[in-house]
Design a binder for this molecule. Structure first.
Ligand code: BDP
Length: 603
């Protein structure tokens, strides 16, 4: 799915800013057609942002159901010959979009974009009323799943089995844009190289044309010089003296796609891309033929006040801190991040493990909350409806992110149950779908502690082993010697059984900044550091470990719970991005080992 842009044939207007905002406490809005008139509210809300922490009223913060956003939008007067589209970069978790009284788009899945062609419903030069109803309910039919219960007093409660707060609203930008009638609908770029020669396979999908248009592509280097080109909707362009996209050096080319009809350009779109190759060979993940060692974090889109709202300034600050630690990568735990984040990673050579929002597909976590004995793959939990949403989540993630050179690995779920028989039936088709949609990147999922090499039923379906392990925290708490033995034992078992790359996608300890101890005392800054040091010793001893991503980059908000004090505190940074001691420890290690495992020989 193309990101909208300004081009010689396209115009783009950003619709962020203040919207009228109404919370649908009585669940009346859809029934009563709130889109048909001005919302009956004095509240306003900024877009993009989560609304939860913005207001003082707890009934808004914990609201379950629809909230409504509304504003007037004027269509530029010059657009009378154009197709006119609305695009929402996300609506968490589902959205209905109305142009005046008319429903023009509906989408579920809170972290991927959707759009509508509204040409028939608007007039160039005139205003329309844009109303967006956003629903934050999670059910067993959504990704991530959850359940809504109605309490005796009528209040509705949202339950979910993932460890981050259910921030809701319009978290990303809203756009109005024009395209010509015959226009480029999609661009797919697949790159490779041989020696100094780069090859750029491409496919252009067109819509709305007469079929007599022709497509040309021109490749521009980072300075804007034309270095290659091709004709036709599908083909391969060559770059003679190619500059590769490398970890730490995000060299980007631009593919300028033009649709020509009777000698004139009717549509033009510029797609940035990088030339690089990713493959798994034995126990290594290779980028451009060289073994890559991941350092970095599982992250969250999470900030004070704006929650999961995208902010360019916060994004730059987070990337600055990543760089300061020496990290070369991150995982988009546990949902696709804003496209601005992916574009930044492309430009700056940061390697990304790109994850769907399939988190909490695991009944064992309900046991944690005192509801033991449930099965995950069952009619009342992860069922065919969940699977359908999961397929949609994978499809939309790849459609959005396929052209990002920074993405080297798809993660199709975080910590699902992999011990029940049903896990294999559930995951086999999903792994196959991911490979079919993108045959060029390795595929994995992130495994939780109960899915040991003996218990796990799905690891062989994937290219890499990604493990979240909490030895020294949830098990062997405060006993790093036992934790060290247990961790090494398990990693060696994985290595022996599969001989595949192992990436540790989570390890860490909750830490209260300012709490200090001479002993191995959980929650102290010293303990967090000692635990990380212990993991690093083990990683350096086990050859198959090809990456370390600490949980988490920064402290983040969660739902209330007795094991969370104002959120999860496993950050190397506090929620307001101050370094804990651990951040300095990581910086010392990672700045010493850019992209390569300690002790690994250079080719
Ligand atoms: C893992 C989850 C992650 C949690 C983390 C923790 O993948 O989302 O926040 O553990 O408990 O289970 O801190």
């Amino acid at each position: 799915m193309l990101k909208p842009q300004n081009s010689p044939t396209r115009e783009l207007i950003n619709l962020d800013g203040l919207y009228r905002f109404q919370v649908d406490h009585e669940q009346a809005g859809i029934r009563d057609g709130w889109q048909n008139s001005t919302l009956d509210t004095t509240l306003e809300m900024g877009v993009p942002a989560s609304y939860n922490d913005v207001f003082t009223d707890p009934a808004i913060r914990e609201h379950v159901g629809y909230v409504w956003y509304q504003r007037q939008v004027r269509v530029p007067r010059g657009w009378s010959e154009e197709r006119i589209h609305l695009r929402l970069d996300s609506a968490t978790h589902s959205g209905k979009v109305f142009v005046n009284e008319i429903l023009v788009a509906e989408h579920s899945g809170g972290y991927t974009p959707f759009s509508a062609d509204i040409t028939e419903h608007v007039t160039a030069g005139e205003e329309f009323r844009l109303t967006i109803a956003v629903n934050n309910e999670l059910t067993q039919a959504t990704i991530p799943p959850g359940s809504v219960t109605v309490l005796e007093d009528g209040r509705r409660k949202q339950r979910y089995l993932h460890d981050f707060y259910n921030y809701s609203g319009l978290h990303r930008s809203v756009w109005l844009y024009s395209t010509p009638t015959a226009h480029i609908e999609d661009v797919t770029v697949v790159t490779d190289f041989e020696g100094k020669r780069g090859s750029v396979g491409y496919r252009i999908d067109l819509v709305g044309g007469s079929g007599i248009e022709q497509v040309t592509v021109r490749i521009l280097d980072a300075d804007g010089n034309e270095v290659g080109g091709a004709a036709g909707a599908e083909g391969t362009a060559e770059i003679p003296d190619v500059e590769l996209w490398q970890p730490g050096m995000g060299y980007l080319y631009t593919m300028v796609v033009e649709v020509v009809e009777e000698g004139s350009v009717v549509d033009s779109y510029s797609q940035p891309f990088g030339v690089r190759r990713v493959e798994v060979q034995g126990k290594q993940l290779l980028i451009n033929g060289e073994p890559f060692y991941f350092t970095g974090f599982g992250m969250h889109e999470d900030h004070v006040t704006i929650g999961k709202g995208h902010s360019n300034a916060q994004m730059i600050n987070d990337f600055q801190l990543l760089k300061w630690t020496g990290a070369n990568s991150f995982r988009t735990s546990h949902y696709p991040y804003a496209e601005e984040v992916m574009d930044f990673a492309d430009r700056h050579g940061i390697v990304v493990i790109d994850e769907t929002a399939a988190v909490g597909l695991n009944a064992a976590f309900a046991g944690f909350f005192g509801e033991g004995g449930k099965k995950t793959y069952a009619e009342d939990f992860v069922n065919e409806e969940t699977a359908a949403s999961h397929r949609q989540a994978i499809t939309e993630l790849i459609a959005r992110d396929k052209n990002h050179p920074s993405v080297v690995l798809w993660s199709i779920a975080n910590e699902p149950d992999v011990t029940e028989e049903g896990a294999r039936t559930y995951f086999e088709p999903l792994a196959a779908l991911t490979r079919k949609l993108d045959p060029t990147r390795p595929v994995g999922f992130v495994n939780e502690v109960r899915g040991t090499p003996n218990e796990d039923k799905v690891a062989d379906l994937f290219d890499v082993i990604m493990l979240n392990r909490y030895y020294g925290w949830y098990v062997h708490t405060g006993d790093l010697a036992s934790a060290e033995q247990a961790l090494e034992k398990e990693l060696r078992e994985w290595d022996q059984k599969y001989g595949r790359p192992i990436i540790i996608t989570e390890y860490g300890a909750d830490t209260l900044p300012g709490l200090h101890s001479l002993y191995d005392q959980p929650w102290s800054e010293e303990y967090q550091t000692a635990l990380l040091d212990m993991y690093h010793r083990v990683f350096d001893r086990v050859e198959a470990v090809t990456g370390e991503q600490v949980w988490n980059f920064a402290d983040f908000q969660t739902s209330y719970g007795i094991i969370r004090v104002d959120g999860n505190k496993k950050g190397a940074f506090t929620r307001d991005r101050k370094p804990k001691s651990a951040a300095h420890t990581l910086r010392r290690r990672w700045t010493e080992i850019p992209n390569r495992k300690p002790g690994a020989s250079r080719p």
